[in-house]
Structures are given as structure tokens and as C-alpha cells.
Design a protein around this ligand. Sequence first.
Ligand code: ADP
Length: 202
Amino acid sequence: MAKHFVIFGRQGAGKGTQSELIVGRYDVVHLSTGDMLRSAIAQKTAVGMAVKAIIDSGALVDDDLICDLVIERMEADNLLEKGTLFDGFPRTTVQAEALEDLFSEVGIDAAINLEVPVEVVTERMLARGRGDDTPEAIAQRLALYEEQTRPVLDWFEQRSMLITVDGVGTPEEVFDRLCAQIDAKLGIETNGDSVGRSSYGE
Ligand code: ADP
């Protein structure tokens, strides 16, 4: 059966790398609302024109617009059947509720929180040395992430859907941890036996 995941992580947490690995292993389609919006802006679509100034200012795009965009994409690409890795969505509890409605029949398998401490992501971003990566700008982006994302993480936590993965280590180490946690969760939710069996020898 198709799997459906959500991934969260601070800037610099390695979400892009882990997302690619997840897509390969769990056969899901990566749906990044940030990528979709950037491509709408590049193509100068009506949506693109409407959101450009908002995105440039660092604010969030309107919930209804984002939800419409996600629904359209899911239908166009038949994602309920193919499987999905949501990235950048949901970003508000209103969006989380819309997602819950969309998946009322099939369910979301897990929300993955790739956890890398603020000090570590700050060091990583400073090491890349990009022009917009000043210590002040980084701190501001991370504070905004915390403020916006915490309520959504709590929303998933309250519904026992959140998996928190330690994101410090090599990409392979992190992915191994992530898979172990996802597999345990899938086992519990889709087939109670498989978890029991896999833990016999341990
Ligand atoms: P980041 O660069 O923080 O990883 P993304 O690439 O996911 O962010 O998104 C870039 C911008 O697009 C966000 O700052 C926001 O303005 C807008 N955006 C993306 N996804 C959403 C969403 N689900 N709800 C509202 N705005 C969004």
C-alpha cells in the first residue's frame, strides 16, 4: 500500500538529503510546497504573481491558496495511490487539519521531525558561507521556524504521529535511524506481527 509521510527540519538539518533517500526507499513522491511556489513564480503563473511579494518578505502564503495547490497536485499526480512525502506542508495547524481531511480514508503514516540542534545547524550554515547566511539572518530564520513549526509538530505529537529522528551524524547514519523508526511505526500501524517478529532476535 502507498505510504504517506510529512517531513520537518530546521534550515540546514539535511531535510533535502534525507528526503531523496526516503523517496528512494519508500517509493513516494516528493511534494515540496516551496518548490511548487518557486516554480509558479518562475513561470509567472497567476499563483506565482500572487505569492512572490509574500515569499520575498519571508511571510507565509495564505492557507487556502496552499491547500488548493496541494489538492490540485495530489489529484493531477494521483498521489493518494502513489504515496507522498510532504515537505514544507503543513506549515500551520489549519493546513494540518486540511491534510487530515484529505487523508481521512488512507491516513498519514508518520510525520518525521529531523532534529538537529540550533547550534549545529548554525555552524553548518556558517560553514557554507552563503551571502545571506550572516549569524543574525540565520538566527532570525531559525527563530521564525521555531515559532511557526512548533505548533504543527505539537499537533502531530498529540495524534501520536510524530517521529523525532536525531539528525546529527553522516547522512547514512541519520537515514539508518530514520528508517528504523519509520519501519517500527509502519509495523505497529499496518501489521502488528512484523514488529514482534523483527524484535525476537534482539
Ligand atoms: P524554506 O526555505 O524555509 O525551507 P520552503 O522552500 O519550504 O521554505 O518555502 C519557501 C517559502 O514559500 C516560505 O517561506 C513561505 O513563504 C512559502 N511557503 C511554502 N510552503 C508553504 C506553506 N505550506 N504555507 C505557507 N507558505 C508556504
